[in-house]
Design a protein around this ligand. Structure first.
Ligand code: SF4
Length: 219
């Protein structure tokens, strides 16, 4: 089984071709959206959001893995909260409930939970469950509007787990084949940083123009 980086799940959900270009071709290009996301994550991973109070300790850049699913990644932030109302991690002396927090540089669309965002946190949560021996929570933090959105993993665990294992199987099929998927029909490419790599702007008309220039001896 091929190990899969959790962040690649979002790429695959956004567009399987993008996932293939990144993971098989090692293509990478940045655009404004990518740079904005990088800046938010750089601030998070710099430790700026790590803090400790009487009841909460927040660690940034926490490495996670799960051997069973063969996935790994880095959580933006993991919060350890002492509280009397939740599951406690036995591995931490039974003193903490744990929440994985993923930072997004945007705002929630139509106030709905984004499945691509949520499944990334769910994969991190499954890793954290195994590492810390507790049923961890998951939260999306939207930096644009400074809003925490708790994710319904307790109520919808089976749904998210089934989706995660399905996606991982599909992604491994692509990696095993070594073939970059085609552009899906109706794929929205606006905002994709790989557009110039994926769809070269060479049209039949520009090819004709180039041939004519060469025939005429123009430079
Ligand atoms: S440009 Fe479009 S088809 Fe190509 S990788 Fe990006 S989203 Fe997918």
């Amino acid at each position: 089984m091929q190990p899969i980086n959790i962040r690649a799940i979002q790429h695959y959900l956004y567009c399987p071709r993008r996932f293939g270009l990144l993971e098989i071709n090692d293509d990478w290009q940045e655009n404004a959206l990518v740079v904005k996301g990088n800046l938010v994550h750089e601030r998070v991973h710099s430790g700026e959001h790590a803090f400790s109070s009487k009841n909460v300790k927040a660690e940034s850049s926490v490495q996670l893995y799960n051997d069973e699913l063969d996935i790994f990644g880095v959580a933006d932030c993991v919060e350890f909260r002492s509280s009397s109302s939740a599951d406690f991690s036995e591995k931490l002396g039974g003193r903490f409930s744990i929440t994985v927090v993923e930072y997004k540089p945007t705002r929630p669309k139509n106030n709905e939970i984004s499945v691509p965002d949520a499944i990334q946190v769910f994969a991190q949560k499954v890793c954290a469950d195994g590492i810390f021996g507790v049923n961890c929570g998951g939260v999306l933090y939207y930096a644009d509007v400074k809003r925490r959105v708790p994710l319904p993993f307790d109520e919808e665990y089976d749904k998210y787990y089934a989706l995660l294992t399905k996606l991982l199987a599909e992604m491994r099929d692509v990696l095993d084949s070594g073939v970059i998927p085609n552009k899906p029909p109706k794929q929205n490419c606006s905002g994709c940083s790989l557009e110039s790599v994926c769809i070269p702007k060479t049209t039949a008309f520009s090819v004709q123009k180039e041939i004519l220039k060469q025939i005429r001896g123009e430079k």
